[in-house]
Design a protein. Structure first.
Length: 316
């Protein structure tokens, strides 16, 4: 199929309708008329010689041909937008460029020295760092809002490259100050099955974290096999702390939270039997740049020793 006479807006309209399955909402989200949406879909269907959507007065659904076109276009469209964005940033920021880093932690202590080392060798590069909420950990990376992400492992996303491990960090259990576990000297994953824990709101399935990634912090089953129920929901750490203080649920968190979110109405209980979290640098395979590779090399060269004296951080 020859799509050379389509512009980016046509493709964007098709992909948005594929996601929304509603002409009115598609038009509203893209700030175009509903007639414009219909015209674009009609042009596409004439070009391919078949229907992309089955439409009734109540429903809109992709045909098998529409599903195939959506899958073919989605990745290419995302990569094309990312390429245009990189070109635009190169023009705006000059030869030094800009490197946009996302971080699902609130702690820069462990990564500040290698970031400073990178900045020393790339003085003209603008290093921009922003916080990424755990409720949608990979959306900013896939949407080309950031270039690389510092987050916890494991990462099993085929479109991502997992770079060097940056550091390891213990877990602690966050509970309300009046919770039955608040005065315990230690806690374990087994304790979670006796109480409700936090989950991510299921309102946006496309942006929810993968189960395997969420379970690396908050498992779905205890070591003995008992289910660990999600009884309250939060998509960012600020809400999570407030709800924990209110006694809605408990949750394992990374140890740096006890430093940055210390409050009189919550307690942090050590979890000595829980394996530590491993943090790594991750980037989109199709978005790899020389700046990202240089940063990864700096992180790999600045590996920190683990408690046994062996280096942590060899590229995965």
């Amino acid at each position: 199929m020859d799509l050379r006479d389509l512009d980016l807006r046509d493709i964007e309209i098709f992909l948005m309708l594929s996601a929304e399955l509603h002409f009115g909402r598609t038009a509203e989200r893209l700030h175009v008329s509903q007639a414009r949406v219909s015209q674009v879909i009609g042009k596409l269907e004439r070009r391919i010689g078949g229907k992309l959507f089955e439409r009734t007065s109540r429903t809109v659904a992709l045909t098998p041909v529409g599903v195939r076109l959506r899958d073919d276009l989605a990745t290419n469209y995302r990569d094309l937008r990312a390429s245009l964005g990189r070109a635009s940033r190169a023009t705006r920021y000059g030869d030094g460029g800009i490197l946009r880093l996302g971080l699902t932690s609130s702690d820069l202590t462990h990564v500040r020295p290698p970031l400073d080392a990178f900045q020393a060798t790339h003085p003209d590069c603008l290093l921009h760092i922003e916080h990424i909420h755990f409720g949608n950990p990979f959306g900013a990376l896939r949407g080309d809002d950031i270039d690389a992400l510092m987050t916890w492992l494991p990462i099993h996303e085929p479109d991502f490259v997992v770079g060097p491990t940056l550091y390891e960090e213990p877990f602690v259990l966050l509970v309300g100050a009046d919770h039955p576990l608040a005065h315990r000297e230690s806690a374990s994953y087994e304790d979670l099955a006796d109480y409700g824990v936090f989950g991510v709101p299921p309102s946006d399935p496309e942006n929810m974290p993968p189960d395997y990634w969420a379970a690396a912090a908050v498992p779905f089953f205890s070591p003995s096999g008992r289910p660990i129920a999600r009884t309250a929901y939060a998509s960012n750490f600020q809400d999570l702390v407030l709800l924990a203080a209110a006694g809605k649920a408990i949750t394992p968190v990374h140890a740096h939270a006890a430093l940055y979110y210390r409050r009189p109405d919550v307690a942090y209980i050590p979890m000595p039997d829980v394996p530590p979290a491993r943090w790594a640098l991750v980037w989109r395979r199709s978005g790899e740049t020389d700046l990202i590779k240089d940063l990864a090399a700096v992180f790999a060269a600045g590996r920190v020793p683990d408690p046994d004296g062996d280096p942590v951080g060899a590229p995965s």
